[in-house]
Design a protein around this ligand. Structure first.
Ligand SMILES: Nc1ncnc2c1ncn2[C@@H]1O[C@H](COP(=O)(O)OP(=O)(O)OP(=O)(O)O)[C@@H](O)[C@H]1O
Length: 329
């Protein structure tokens, strides 16, 4: 559905100057600096996928989304959306795409939300009956009714984001590109946006490419994650693959029925064997094992831990996703 082949984008900017009148000298300078914002990236996205596109500030995420949606022209390489080029077939591709840039609104600032929707419907050629049905469906899902007659400039950030999501979906596109759709929102507003995105992916089959710095968004929504860093793709796979690649341990906390024997404790504090790193805490009955699941399955780890007594309770903690992402950046 979305194909990205050897995609690159370079920006030419005037080279920075030092000393007096540097602004004026830059204006007339012939020295240019080339920024490789996106450098030879490749990926395909299938219909119905929910893909997270992540990377640190300045990694090239927005530049990629702009090339995918036809706003920017690639320096080299190819993008196709359902076989069409976003740049050359911009109008036809626009009908297939809904795009949301969380930092900017596509609503008319001084107009009531309802009027913005009417203008967009006219631009997309949506007939009145269809528009009424779509709007009532979106309004119900996103709870837009209380502020449909409010100008965009008077909306709270959460209301604005919900309205922008509705605006991106009015023409019923099959694909959504979302750049920071939860930026600046409080916990409740984030939750409702996530719930909405999950349901349009699962129930309406929308294909979603999501860019965000919020790792909870990624963990809760995306089956697949693509990582870009300094313009280059660093990883493309599932969140579990990413966890395995980074190799952070799963923590297994065992509570035994009886306190662990002193002799065993002595062995435990020094032990590291077969991918298990053991430690005892304050509680005499509790033992924590850091387990590299690549080397040892959780079942095998438990079998080994049975040697220290009868197990009452087992608690497993997967490595924190935020920490994993921090490592790949
Ligand atoms: N129009 C432009 N002219 C020159 N350089 C640009 C332009 N747009 C982006 N860049 C540069 O290209 C690089 C990638 O920018 P981009 O906005 O794609 O990053 P990003 O991953 O979206 O970052 P963020 O998470 O901060 O939004 C940055 O170094 C940026 O300064």
């Amino acid at each position: 559905m979305i194909q990205v082949q050897h995609l690159s984008k370079q920006f030419r900017t005037a080279a920075a100057k030092e000393g007096a009148f540097k602004g004026v000298r830059m204006l007339f300078s012939r020295d240019v600096r080339i920024k490789h914002a996106v450098a030879d990236i490749n990926f395909n996205i299938e219909p119905g996928e929910f893909v997270g596109y992540i990377g640190p500030n300045g990694a090239g995420k927005s530049t990629t989304i702009k090339m995918l949606s036809g706003i920017l022209h690639p320096t080299s390489g190819r993008v196709t959306i359902d076989g069409l080029s976003p740049h050359h077939d911009r109008r036809r591709v626009a009908r297939k795409l809904g795009v949301l840039f969380g930092q900017r609104t596509q609503l008319w600032w001084d107009l009531p939300v309802r009027d913005s929707f009417d203008i967009l419907a006219a631009m997309y050629g949506i007939d009145a009956g269809m528009m009424k049905r779509r709007l009532s469906q979106l309004s119900e899902l996103l709870e837009l009714e209380p502020f449909m007659d409010t100008p965009a400039r008077k909306l709270s950030l959460g209301q604005r984001m919900r309205s922008d999501l509705a605006a991106a979906l009015l023409h019923d596109p099959a694909i959504l590109f979302l750049d920071e759709p939860t930026i600046g929102l409080d916990v409740t507003a984030k939750r409702s946006i996530r719930h909405f995105l999950k349901s349009i992916n699962q129930h309406l089959g929308k294909t979603v490419l999501l860019t965000t710095h919020d790792m909870d968004d990624i963990e809760q929504l995306c089956g697949r994650v693509i990582v870009i860093n300094d313009g280059k793709l660093g990883f493309d796979g599932s969140i579990d693959d990413l966890r395995r690649r980074i190799g952070l341990p799963t923590l297994i906390r065992i509570t035994y029925k009886l306190p662990i024997a002193d002799s065993a404790k002595h062995a435990i504090t020094r032990s590291e064997f077969n991918g298990l790193q053991l430690s005892c805490g304050e509680d005499e009955r509790v033992l924590t094992a850091a387990c590299n699941r690549e080397q040892l399955s959780a079942m095998d780890a438990l079998r080994m831990l049975e040697q220290y007594g009868e197990i009452e309770d087992v608690h497993m903690e997967e490595p924190d996703f935020e920490e994993i992402v921090h490592r790949i950046y």
